[in-house]
Design a protein around this ligand. Structure first.
Ligand code: B1M
Length: 214
């Protein structure tokens, strides 16, 4: 089985948009749990891509292709990844990647699992300004804001968003959580947010705890 994982990882690094979803589908149909495919092939592949990006061995267009291949793999695994028991309505979550940041794969995964767990997810997308989060909370009567950031340079936008929600008088009725590779529990505490998610599964657990649904 490790052979299959290695091959998916290699195709992801190569940015093969056809092979990655196809191989994920076949592995899942052969009974490999979707989470295992993620953990043992897609995540490690993205790690390698990140390393090669850092050292200049891979350039943005190539990284983007790998990102698209990962997204295609996630789409195939989506139904198998989500918690089938999550049919109840646990509350509205406004989700987005903060201003200046275009990374959305992790945020999309968080959204998928939250939906599967029973939250209604309003995904605002990427590059979301504090005022857009504020407007969406009012518009959708959200109980929770979920912010994602992958760049150290965009992390301050998380604090600005928490402040903007407070200035709009919404902080009493909406919980705020944050996650993304550079985000830490300490940072979350410092900016006055309520919760942290290390990964997509952890994000769902935190969301449930914050909304008293755990
Ligand atoms: Co970018 N990039 N990137 N990139 N990119 C990183 C983040 C980087 C670490 C690469 C590196 O140098 N090693 C680096 C950041 C360095 C830093 O700030 N410390 C970096 C950089 C520098 C850049 C650019 C500045 C490069 C440039 O232009 N010179 C540029 C910035 C663009 C912008 O945003 N303004 C850029 C661009 C891009 C692409 C567009 C090419 C592409 C993004 C495509 C897309 O997302 N649609 C891209 C990619 C793919 C990456 C890496 C390789 C992979 C990110 C990813 O998708 N990981 C990344 C290196 C890496 O992470 N190893 C890198 C897989 C994903 C499932 O994990 O997003 O961490 P992740 O999500 C996890 C958790 O973090 C968590 O759960 C998820 C599932 O486990 N999580 C949450 C995420 N959000 C959460 C929210 C929660 C809770 C948990 O609650 C709400």
């Amino acid at each position: 089985m490790s052979d299959v994982f290695t091959r998916i990882t290699e195709e992801l690094i190569a940015g093969n948009l056809k092979e990655v979803p196809e191989m994920c589908r076949r592995a899942a149909e052969d009974g490999v749990p979707a989470q295992e495919i993620l953990d043992k092939s897609l995540f490690p592949g993205m790690e390698v891509v990140g390393q090669r990006m850092k050292t200049g061995e891979m350039f943005i267009p190539e990284v983007l292709r790998s990102a698209k291949a990962m997204q295609a793999g996630l789409e195939v695994l989506k139904d198998r990844l989500v918690d089938a028991g999550g049919s109840s309505h646990l509350g509205v979550v406004v989700l987005g990647t903060v201003q200046g940041d275009m990374h959305d794969i992790g945020k999309n995964l968080v959204g998928m699992l939250m939906e599967g767990a029973g939250f209604k997810v309003v995904d605002l997308g990427v590059d979301i300004k504090p005022e857009q989060f504020v407007a969406a909370v009012s518009e959708h009567d959200a109980a929770l804001v979920g912010m994602s950031a992958l760049l150290t340079t965009t992390m301050p936008k998380m604090e600005e968003t928490v402040k903007a929600l407070a200035e709009a008088g919404l902080r009493g009725r909406v919980k705020v959580m944050a996650g993304g590779a550079p985000v830490t529990p300490k940072f979350v505490e410092q900016i006055g947010a309520d919760g942290y998610g290390a990964d997509a599964g952890g994000a769902v657990d935190t969301a449930k705890q914050l909304l008293g649904a755990a």
